[in-house]
Structure formats: structure tokens, C-alpha cells
Design a protein around this ligand. Structure first.
Ligand SMILES: *Cc1c(COP(=O)(O)O)cnc(C)c1O
Length: 432
């Protein structure tokens, strides 16, 4: 089945003449999967429509934020009402405390939270804060984990960088990453070794408690507990980057799901309900170092923006009010979808490993378990690319890279799942 691509091609050409690659973020360009990138005209519920009128069941969910699907009424109404009262003041509004209260109710170890406008700002600021608090220089991150595009974090950073196959980024002087230690994920021994070598010098360990930016890769049993124990022993700040997992794998994120509490938490994606919001938070003892109370500077002209706060509050309220049914429903439907497609692949003789935590998942085209960047990178990205194009032609929109997590939303239906499994059957029948 071919889809019409004429309008998207035209729009692509126009965008490319003025915007690098025609995109505002690199993986959107479909470089890793080839084929025509659909220009999106609108979204509603679980569906997207492109400029040529093709309809898709969407499992990208704007890369994670859209747990309520596209254009949920409560969010649209909240944004509209907020806009009528002015879009930005550069002064405090009541809704910042409303969103803070919702965040704190979901993440009990957070006593204070600061809002920013992206996940990148959240992690960058949390790391600055960890360094201010410990007065140490080194930071530990893990290979394949992505924490946004701040200079010091573009080291073995998964995601778009993995997709593009570049080692880090041009334009980042080596001196800017000299205090960044990149260690293998799910490897406690490597961490112990680093702490031995850099005794009393490591300010923080930042981790995606369920990695999502090398595709979905859960922490192995006991791994997060040992991260917690080691960092406590070493008086190092443990940062859970829950920009993707917060309000996704459970209302209270991975820290609720696994019962392990970090010192600092970074949030983004879902807390903005589709508008640009990030946040970092933790105990007052650490957060009170942030300006104006303390010496750690961090600011933002549009931070706490009224529209963004309104969208975030509406989204988190909806999740909070329905969480007892919503998260089990996401779990059940996601399991049906992910296992359903994995079974079809098995029947078709295709090597596939499905990784899933709640409603975030990845179908890895490899025969061996995927537990870290090394095993993820053994995936057959060409096979994934063929699968991706075939699914798109059959009305299913997946993240355009093997190394990105896919998401199911609260408004996806059994029918959507059945249609997706049928699309996968067709896709595997077309296997070259
Ligand atoms: C998306 C993401 C970021 C970056 O957030 P942006 O809003 O894109 O800057 C950081 N960390 C994790 C875990 C993410 O998934």
C-alpha cells in the first residue's frame, strides 16, 4: 500500500531551503529509516494526519509527552482559557505553585521544584546544582543515556547521536567534557571502579532509571538499588532523569515503580502536557542553594509560562484523578501490543527482542537480550528501517529510529492495537 507523499515532499523542500535538514530537531528528518517524512497537519486522540491526508495510529506521542493522546479536551480548554488572560508576564502566577503541588504529590522525595522550559535545561541545572552542593567536579553518566544537548552531556549520549552514528558533537571542546565519565549502563562494577579512581571527586551520578534514549532498556534487578547505595556511601548526588519516565511508567515515575529514591529528579515531557516545560527538584536542603535563595544561578524568561503551566496542571490533574485505572490499563494494552507484534515477528522468523516498561517500549531487531548500549547497538537497523517504512505505509507511526522508545497513550484502544498487529503482519510479509 503506497501513501501519498506529494504535499509532504513539497513542504520538506521548502523547509530544507531555510532550516538545516528541514527540521527543528535532528531525528525528525527520518535519516535513520529513509523514506518520506510526513509533515503533520493535525492530531486527535491516538491519531495523526499528515499534509497529504494520510491517517496514522501514533506511537511517537511527540516523543513522550502525550500520555493523554492528541488535543485532549481538558488540556485544550486550559490552554485556551490561559491564553485569553495573557501569554507571558515574566512575573509569578498562582499556577506555578499548582503545578509544583502536583509534582510534589507524585514525587514525595521532592520538597521543592524549579520549572524550566525543556528537559535539557532541567538536567543541565540539576548537574550544576549537584556540583554546587558537593563542591566536586566530576559527573557520571551512562553510555546510551540521553540527558539533553548540554555540552558536558553529549558524551555517548544515545538517541539522535546514536541514530546519526556520531561520537558526540562537533563544537564541544574536549575540555568541556573532561569531567564527564561515561560508564556502561547496568554495570555496578564499572561504577565502583570509577569511584575508586576518582575518590571524593564525583559530584553526581545521572541516570535514566528506565533508559529510553537507546530504545527502551530497563535497569536490571538490583541495579538502581546499588546506584543508590554506592552514591549514598560516597556522598554523591544521585539524579534520576525522569524526563521521559516521570508520570509515564507510574504516576510517581520510576522511583515509585521501583521504590528507589534519588536525591534530585529531573522532569519534562508529560509535565508540560505538550507544551515546553522541564523541572528539577529534590529536598529543600539542596534546592535552597538555587538563586535567589542560594548561590547556584539558573533563570529563564519564559520559565513558568502561563500556557505551559496550564497545560501541565490540566494533564497532571487528569492523570492523578484516573491513575488507579489508567496505569493498569496502559500496562495491559501495551503488553498486548508489544507481545502481539513480537509473536508475529517470531512466526515470521525475524530476530526481535521486545523491551517494555509500562507504556514505553522498543522492538529491537536483534536475537540477544538488550541490556545496555553495547547490546542495543547490535540491532539490525536496516531491518528496523524496512519495518518502520512498511508500518508507515500501513498507517502506523513509530519513532523513526531503532534507538528511540515508542509510547502508548491512555486513548489508544483495543481496536488500534489489533490494527497495529495486522499492520505488522503485512510489514513482515514484505520482508525483503
Ligand atoms: C527528552 C529527554 C531529555 C531532553 O529533554 P528536551 O525537552 O528534549 O530538552 C532529557 N532526558 C531524557 C531522559 C529525555 O528523555
Amino acid at each position: 500500500m503506497a501513501r501519498c507523499v506529494e504535499q509532504s515532499r513539497k513542504l520538506q523542500k521548502r523547509a530544507e531551503s531555510m532550516i538545516p535538514g528541514g527540521v527543528s530537531s535532528p531525528v525528525r528528518a527520518f535519516g535513520a529509516v529513509g523514506g518520506d517524512q510526513p509533515f503533520i497537519a493535525r492530531g486527535n486522540g491516538p491519531h495523526l494526519w499528515d499534509a497529504d491526508g494520510n491517517q496514522y495510529i501514533d506511537y511517537l506521542g511527540s516523543w513522550g509527552p502525550l500520555i493523554l493522546g492528541h488535543a485532549p479536551q481538558v488540556v485544550v480548554e486550559a490552554i485556551t482559557a490561559a491564553a485569553r488572560n495573557g501569554t507571558s508576564f515574566g512575573a509569578s502566577i498562582a499556577q506555578e505553585a499548582d503545578l509544583a503541588e502536583l509534582v510534589i504529590s507524585a514525587f514525595p522525595h521532592i520538597q521543592k521544584v524549579r520549572f524550566v522550559s525543556s528537559g535539557t535545561e532541567a538536567t543541565m541545572s540539576a548537574i550544576r546544582l549537584a556540583r554546587a552542593y558537593t563542591k566536586r567536579k566530576y559527573i557520571v553518566k551512562f553510555e546510551g543515556c540521553y540527558h539533553g544537548h548540554a555540552d558536558a552531556l553529549l558524551v555517548k549520549a544515545g538517541s539522535g547521536i546514536a541514530t546519526l552514528g556520531i561520537p558526540g558533537s562537533a563544537g564541544v571542546p574536549q575540555e568541556f567534557t573532561q569531567f564527564t565519565l561515561a560508564l556502561p549502563f547496568n554495570d555496578t562494577e564499572a561504577l565502583e571502579h570509577a569511584f575508586n579512581k576518582f575518590k571524593h571527586q564525583i559530584a553526581c551520578v545521572i541516570v535514566e532509571p528506565v533508559a529510553g534514549n537507546m530504545g527502551c532498556v530497563p535497569a536490571s534487578g538490583g541495579y538502581l538499588a546499588s546506584l543508590r547505595a554506592i552514591t549514598q556511601r560516597e556522598k554523591t548526588v544521585l539524579i534520576f532523569d525522569e524526563v521521559m519516565t516521570g508520570f509515564r511508567v507510574a504516576f510517581g515515575g520510576a522511583q515509585e515503580l521501583y521504590g528507589i529514591h534519588p536525591d534530585l529528579t529531573t522532569l519534562g515531557k508529560i509535565i508540560g502536557g505538550g507544551l515546553p516545560v522541564g523541572a528539577y527538584g529534590g529536598p529543600s536542603e539542596i534546592m535552597d542553594l538555587v538563586a535567589p535563595l542560594g548561590p547556584m544561578y539558573q533563570a529563564g524568561t519564559l520559565s513558568g509560562n502561563p500556557l505551559a503551566m496550564a497545560a501541565g496542571v490540566a494533564t497532571l490533574q487528569a492523570l492523578r484523578d484516573k491513575k488507579a485505572e489508567l496505569y493498569p490499563q496502559l500496562e495491559k494494552l501495551s503488553a498486548e501490543l508489544v507481545d502481539g507484534v513480537a509473536t508475529i515477528a517470531k512466526d515470521a522468523g525475524i530476530a526481535m527482542r521486545a523491551n517494555r516498561v509500562g507504556s514505553m517500549f522498543t522492538w529491537f531487531f536483534t536475537s540477544d537480550a538488550v541490556t545496555d548500549w553495547n547490546s542495543a547497538s547490535k540491532s539490525d537497523t536496516q531491518a528496523f528501517a524496512r519495518f518502520h517504512r512498511a508500518m508507515l505505509d500501513n498507517g502506523v507511526y513509530l519513532p523513526p529510529s531503532q534507538y528511540e522508545a515508542a509510547f502508548l497513550s491512555a486513548v489508544h484502544t483495543e481496536e488500534n492495537v489489533r490494527q497495529t498487529i495486522t499492520a505488522a503482519k503485512r510489514a513482515f510479509a514484505l520482508k525483503s
